[in-house]
Design a protein around this ligand. Structure first.
Ligand SMILES: Nc1ncnc2c1ncn2[C@@H]1O[C@H](COP(=O)(O)OP(=O)(O)O)[C@@H](O)[C@H]1O
Ligand SMILES: [Mg+2]
Length: 243
């Protein structure tokens, strides 16, 4: 993929020295696309996202973003590199109001903070309506929108999202995924991990399947959606697993 904005090559990474979780992972993400990572529990999906975000040490291989080698980027340098990371858990401050959460996210925006806050309220009207309420009082879907809004505060060109629809109703999950899709229309690139495989494949451009810390398969989301083996393992399993 020649026009990849993010590229991982032979990434080996893990939490403890000599105990790699990612054993060799390659990834190429096209600009302004949605790329989804799926795979069984423990496959290393979160670890891959965290490695790209500089939160898990990489022991070999490299990660390139926008022409810059970010293989061992310090997490506090991510925003300056145009990257935002939305963790799966604890991605907002529940005891603070929505306004306070957004102010925190905008603390480095300087003179632009006020304008960006208005942009975020305009983009997410439910957050504007509830700006003085505690974030913990929001619905699950609205909390994810707040997490996305906080990520957008730094005007990233790449957003890494770890299971943004986990625990949400199918409708809320769909809204969050559609929000991610909508961001690509403004040129933002999205790399996300998803358990809602069918929903994600319908929205994504490209999909990587990880298993045991390695690439298992990748292809266009449309191809994988109609792939019988993928269907049996990931879509069938999902149907059985769903309540
Ligand atoms: N903080 C951690 N310290 C040590 N091992 C971890 C940590 N987080 C995850 N792991 C291990 O890394 C492996 C991959 O986990 P993870 O990347 O969270 O998988 P996935 O997101 O695909 O479910 C698992 O075996 C898990 O136990
Ligand atoms: Mg995970």
């Amino acid at each position: 993929m020649g026009d990849a904005v993010l590229r991982a090559e032979g990434v080996v990474a893990g939490y403890v020295p000599d105990l790699p979780i990612l054993k060799a992972v390659d990834l190429a993400v096209r600009r302004a696309s949605v790329t989804v990572i799926i795979g069984p529990n423990g496959a290393g999906k979160s670890t891959l996202i965290k490695t790209i975000a500089g939160l898990v040490p990489l022991s070999s291989g490299r990660i390139i973003h926008d022409g810059a080698d970010i293989s061992r980027i310090r997490p506090d340098r991510l925003a300056a590199q145009g990257i935002a990371y939305v963790p799966q858990m604890d991605n907002i401050f529940r005891t603070l109001t929505i306004r306070q959460n957004l102010d925190l996210a905008l603390r480095r925006a300087g003179a632009e903070a006020a304008g960006r806050l208005e942009d975020l309220y305009a983009r997410f009207p439910p957050l504007a309506d509830k700006r003085n309420e505690k974030a913990g009082a929001l619905s699950g879907g609205q909390r994810q929108f707040l997490a996305v809004a906080m990520a957008l505060a730094a005007r990233p060109s790449l957003i890494l999202m770890d299971e943004p629809s986990a625990g949400l109703s199918p409708k809320a999950a769909q809204e969050v995924l559609e929000c991610a899709r909508g961001l690509t229309e403004q040129g933002v690139t999205i790399l996300l991990v998803e358990q809602n495989v069918k929903q994600a494949l319908r929205l994504a451009d490209h999909c990587y399947i990880l298993a045991e810390g390695r690439n298992q398969l990748d292809g266009s989301a449309a191809d994988l959606l109609s792939d019988p083996v993928v269907g049996e393992i990931y879509l069938g399993a999902r149907r059985k697993g769903a309540a």
